[in-house]
Design a protein around this ligand. Structure first.
Ligand code: GP9
Ligand code: MN
Length: 419
């Protein structure tokens, strides 16, 4: 109802709307935006080694001339890739269960493609899978995506496929003819596929040896991650060859974890730890986030950040006023940021602490803050006894506001223009 909506709008106004001008504002104005979803890529492989070799040589080097966010968390739930898309196209949280792509695909949203259309951008999504997977075809119509290059746009053969479908190198190569035909400026989003569970790869494509543990999944993961690294490098080469690279803003984001806690023993072995604690588990939810703009040196940014921040950040770089948007993230280049990154299960990360499973950890050391006081008292979380306490309820409140917007389709009652 109307009152509910106005509560939510004032919350968002107070906590996430920021019109701060920074020297990054508008630096990518009118540029083509190329966004790459890095399937199942987790940050722990970046600048890390296996058998004494870099796992991701290209992505490691790319950090030198990109804005690279080393403490960027995925915020997805059961909707996995679809959730990651939903978050970055709307700056809302994904649903606690199921996926908004299926359950709320005809809701009213103010999406990134829609906001960019107002600036004369053409939007396109490239993904060599069936259009109906994750109900993308319906959702993309609703989000105002102009062109969806799905499996029918590609020549998929047994030879150029593995695991879930077309290999990423082929995918990028075959995408180029469509990309170059788009009217500029465009917002083109590429969703990769090869680095997907169970991480199968043809022997001829493997350029790093498997890991050796009790987890076949983790063992193979390093190989498909390396393959992705090479595919991205080739994609950059195509962009350069077509003269697209120089004038583009290239943004890349891991969509969600690839290795679940089912593989904790193997993961602990790889990370040379005794065990994977709940604190480690949260730290493993970091995924790479790159903003690469040719000609800009960039920097490694350690501030905590998350997928809800992508949309406001993009708008900021493009110089698009988004003060009318209802978003739960903040521009990553601003100084007036929210003080936590909330994960969908209620866990959260602040500058100093990590809260998960009723326990508050020191973010730096991973030590538990306080002792028994972090446990449940009756049915209530004793939220005053740890330094995380004050934020537990706010995070819950924020999630429930986001859920209410989606479940109630409340944007039907909101006029984004006149706010
Ligand atoms: C499917 C691909 C993978 O098209 O995006 O989806 P996921 O299983 O990672 O959610
Ligand atoms: Mn995925």
């Amino acid at each position: 109802d109307g009152n509910e909506l106005s509560d939510i709008l004032s919350y968002v106004d107070e906590h996430t709307t920021d019109n701060e001008e920074t020297d990054m504002y508008g630096i990518a104005e009118d540029k083509n935006v190329i966004f790459v979803t890095l399937e199942s890529l987790q940050s722990f492989v970046i600048n890390n080694e296996l058998h004494g070799e870099e796992i991701t040589p290209f992505l490691n080097e790319l950090i030198d001339d990109s804005y690279y966010f080393e403490n960027f968390y995925h915020q997805t739930e059961q909707g996995k890739t679809a959730d990651s898309e939903f978050i970055m196209e709307t700056s809302l949280y994904p649903l606690p269960s199921g996926s908004a792509y299926f359950t709320h695909s005809s809701n009213e949203f103010l999406s990134t493609p829609q906001m960019l259309a107002e600036e004369d951008y053409t939007s396109a999504v490239f993904h060599a899978n069936n259009a109906s997977f994750w109900n993308r075809n319906s959702m993309y119509d609703n989000l105002d995506v102009d062109h969806f290059y799905d499996i029918d746009a590609y020549e998929v053969t047994d030879d150029n496929s593995v695991g879930w479908g077309m290999k990423d190198k082929e995918f990028f190569e075959q995408s180029m003819k469509y990309l170059t035909s788009l009217p500029e400026p465009y917002y083109a989003r590429f969703i990769t596929l090869t680095n997907h569970h169970p991480f199968d790869l043809d022997e001829e494509d493997a350029t790093i040896d498997k890991f050796d543990s009790n987890s076949r999944t983790l063992n193979q993961y390093f190989q498909t991650v390396r393959y992705m690294d090479e595919a991205i490098e080739e994609f950059f080469d195509h962009l350069k060859a077509e003269g697209i690279y120089e004038d583009s803003l290239i943004v890349m984001m891991g969509d969600h974890y690839g290795i679940s806690d089912f593989h904790d023993r193997a993961m602990a072995q790889y990370l040379e730890k005794d065990e994977i604690t709940p604190y480690d588990h949260i730290q493993l939810q970091r995924v790479p986030f790159y903003i690469h703009m040719p000609g800009h040196e960039g920097e490694v940014i350690s501030d905590i950040s998350g997928q809800v921040d992508v949309k406001p950040t993009l708008m900021h770089l493009l110089g698009i006023d988004d003060s009318h948007d209802v978003s739960f993230g903040t521009n990553l280049f601003g100084s007036d940021r929210k003080e936590y990154i909330a994960l969908r299960d209620g866990s959260f990360i602040t500058d100093d602490y990590i809260y998960t499973r009723d326990t508050c950890y020191d973010r730096e050391s991973g030590e538990v803050e306080g002792t028994e006081s972090t446990s449940l008292i009756g049915d209530e979380v004793d939220s005053t006894e740890t330094p995380c306490g004050p934020m537990i309820e706010q995070v819950e409140q924020e999630m429930s506001y986001s859920d209410k917007l989606i479940y109630g389709d409340l944007f039907r009652f909101h006029d984004f223009e006149t706010e």
